[in-house]
Design a protein around this ligand. Structure first.
Ligand code: GLU
Length: 322
């Protein structure tokens, strides 16, 4: 079916979703990273970006929160760009683990590869694959410049969050060394782990994340800066990774009920990609037991339902200004 949606319908859907979801209770801030436990749990924002650069924002969309696991999407794009889709498949993989994001068990079960760049193990491997190899500063520059290009504006590490994560990331240290044991780290181990920790500690706004989502939805062309950040043929690759594991062990339920591939992070962010139509981001700190923001997921789902959109609906969607 051909369906047409107007800008005012989108604005209304975003505003209604905000009003309906703002008082949702439930969930808890992540507390295994001490810094995150102290973030105001009432913060909440939704941002939607269209391929023409139009953005709809409501709530706390300029608040810089910890990007956490959503960073895995951005660095997976960098590695896809630098090394190609085949290398990512071969050296990391593209399968869901069906297990929590930080699972060590998943590594033992799939000891031929760490499964996907969107869980901790695969993301640490992805950091080890970033070029220039062996050059910590050069690798970090590549990672953060890629964040800026995807989000359309500069992003910086939240120093306190970085410190808090570095001091408490014992599970990730085990993952990194276990990966080394299976020859699945392609650079220095502490360096790869540190780059991963640092990228998780980047402060990002919902508005920036929705530009990033819009860039993926728009085939790598940033809707705001008009820069072609990555080749169009990589967009379905990254969206596939998001679809299969973006909500960790709840990903199937998520896709089934929301109709949009999305990636969450324990900082409370959610980034959703509807190819060719829009990018959306929402942020609220309290999480469900799997680590997905309670309010942000409700908000993205509400926007999708109100607009009658779904990645598998088979509709040709046209968005028009009015
Ligand atoms: N930095 C967090 C960790 O490695 C990210 C996890 C997440 O957001 O799911 O545990």
């Amino acid at each position: 079916m051909d369906i047409t949606i107007t800008h005012s319908q989108i604005k209304e859907a975003v505003e209604q979703a905000y009003n309906e979801c703002k008082d949702i209770k439930g969930g808890h801030n992540a507390d295994y990273i001490p810094f995150l436990a102290n973030i105001d749990p009432n913060l909440f924002g939704i941002s939607l970006t269209l391929p023409d650069g139009t953005q709809f924002n409501v709530g706390d969309t300029e608040y810089k929160f910890g990007i956490e696991s959503v960073s895995k999407v951005l660095t997976a794009i960098l590695v896809l760009k630098q090394q190609g889709a085949e290398a990512v498949l071969k050296q990391i993989g593209a399968d869901a683990t069906g297990l929590p994001f930080n699972s060590i068990f998943a590594i033992l079960l799939e000891n031929d590869h760490p499964s996907t760049p969107l869980v901790n193990a695969g993301a640490i491997t992805a950091c080890s694959m970033v070029e220039p190899k062996g050059d910590s500063w050069g690798k970090w520059e590549a990672i953060i410049n890629n964040f800026t290009a995807l989000c359309g504006s500069e992003a910086q590490v939240l120093d306190e969050l970085y410190k808090s994560e570095s001091e408490t990331n014992f599970n990730n240290r085990s993952i990194a060394w276990l990966l080394k044991n299976y020859n699945r780290i392609y650079d220095d181990v502490p360096m790869s782990l540190d780059l991963y920790t640092r990228q998780c500690s980047v402060g990002i706004t919902a508005s920036q994340l929705s530009v990033c989502a819009g860039t993926i939805a728009n085939g790598g062309l940033n809707p705001v800066t008009k820069e072609q950040v990555f080749a169009k043929d990589l967009a379905p690759k990254i969206t596939t990774l998001i679809s299969t594991v973006g909500f960790y062990q709840n990903t199937g339920d998520w896709l089934y009920t929301s109709g949009i591939p999305a990636k969450s992070g324990v900082g409370g962010g959610v980034l959703g990609v509807l190819p060719g139509v829009m990018g959306i981001a929402a942020f609220a700190p309290p999480l469900d037991p799997a680590g997905n923001s309670v309010k942000a997921q409700a908000a993205v789902k509400a926007v999708m339902n109100k607009l009658g959109l779904g990645v598998f609906n088979g509709d040709r969607v046209t968005v028009v200004a009015d």
